[in-house]
Design a protein around this ligand. Structure first.
Ligand code: RIB
Ligand code: CA
Length: 342
């Protein structure tokens, strides 16, 4: 009897540690890795997967999200499509990095599950309002859906306990020299979130470029013996082949799966608080994440004369925790462990 009670207690404790999340994504090869990691992690209660335009149009990302939800073994997870365009700009997709189907041209079968009819932005609003303070959001793509939800319902900002985002960089961009792709695609949406007051964790290129998928990882996925690891192995192999064709031997940064892993175990990275703002007017720099720690001046020299006090960087309270270092082996141990778990 005592054994059964302790078994119940352990499972109840595990259940009590279940963490409710919404995953917003633009799948994308690395998004697919992140989705599979989350879907194979029983401590995560995935309330919804919401699709946003980014790597590929949302019409391409939606079936990819459905495919991963099905392969990941949680077909009942609500999947909804949201923004098809950035808030104000023309969409500049990244087929060059993710292939024509958004999944590295790996020929995954058509999904047999269907999306929900509710728009992603409405679904986000409803789920957050149903459980104020309980539903975190992990964003793997441009922040358009989240920005639209906040614009439609500003009170949401105080109901979201945390947004862990893949995006930004304090060490240069991967799309322009200044901007990382997710914030390059929709700088205005990123600006809304960085000024929302929501507790933010920014998992940017500073760390994701140091968590690089290598041949040994792909082999472990290919030999993992589960549908999730088999799918991940196909995605990884397509990426390694693409790297080889490009003459690259340093693998690929695991951008989105690292962001997902940081939500699950923040000890995988070192976090540092900064005040970060988003450049939205630069012809060359729009989407850049600009961080202040001790710089004395807040803005560029204005064209017309304004007082010195208006340009000085008054005390800028930190608004985001930025990942500045990563334990890459610990990340891959978590990723491979979950993908190969039966
Ligand atoms: O810059 C990398 C990010 O942009 C990743 O989320 C990738 O999937 C793309 O969306
Ligand atoms: Ca992405």
């Amino acid at each position: 009897m005592r054994f059964l009670f302790s078994l119940f207690l352990v499972s109840a404790m595990a259940f009590s540690q279940t963490r409710e999340i919404i995953i917003d994504t633009d799948p994308g090869v690395d998004d697919a890795f992140a989705l599979l990691l989350a879907l194979r992690s029983p401590e995560l209660e995935i309330l919804a997967v919401t699709v946003v335009a980014g790597n590929v149009p949302s019409s391409v990302g939606l079936p990819n999200a459905l495919r991963m939800v099905e392969i990941g073994g949680r077909p009942q997870t609500p999947v909804a499509v949201g923004a098809a365009q950035p808030l104000t700009r023309r969409a500049v997709h990244a087929y060059y990095a993710h292939g024509s189907n958004g999944l590295g041209d790996v020929p995954f079968p058509e999904p047999s599950i269907k999306p929900v009819s509710e728009n992603a932005v409405e679904l986000i609003r409803r789920l957050v309002r149903e459980k104020p303070g309980k539903v975190s959001i992990v964003t793997l793509g441009p922040l358009t859906n989240i920005a639209l939800a906040l614009r439609a319902d500003p009170d949401l900002a105080r109901m979201i306990p945390r947004v862990v985002m893949m995006g930004g960089s304090l060490s240069g961009g991967n799309t322009t020299p200044s901007a990382e792709f997710n914030f390059y695609f929709d700088p205005e949406a990123a600006h809304v979130i960085f000024h929302s007051g929501i507790p933010l964790v920014m998992v940017g290129l500073d760390v994701t470029q140091k968590a690089r998928l290598q041949e040994e990882h792909v082999r472990a996925m290919e030999n993992g013996g589960t549908p999730a690891s088999e799918a991940a192995g196909k995605l990884g192999r397509s990426w390694m082949n693409r790297a080889k064709a490009m003459g690259r031997t340093d693998g690929f940064g695991m951008h989105d799966p690292l962001a997902m892993a940081v939500f699950m175990d923040p000890s995988i990275v070192t976090l540092k608080k900064y005040y970060v703002d988003i450049e939205t007017t630069g012809e060359l720099t729009a989407g850049e994440t600009v961080a202040w720690q001790s710089a004395p001046v807040r803005i560029s020299a204005p064209p017309d004369g304004v007082t010195q006090s208006e340009v000085r960087a008054q005390k800028l309270e930190p608004n985001v925790e930025v990942a500045v270092a990563v334990d890459s082996p610990k990340f891959f141990q978590l990723l491979l462990g979950r993908l190969t778990s039966k």
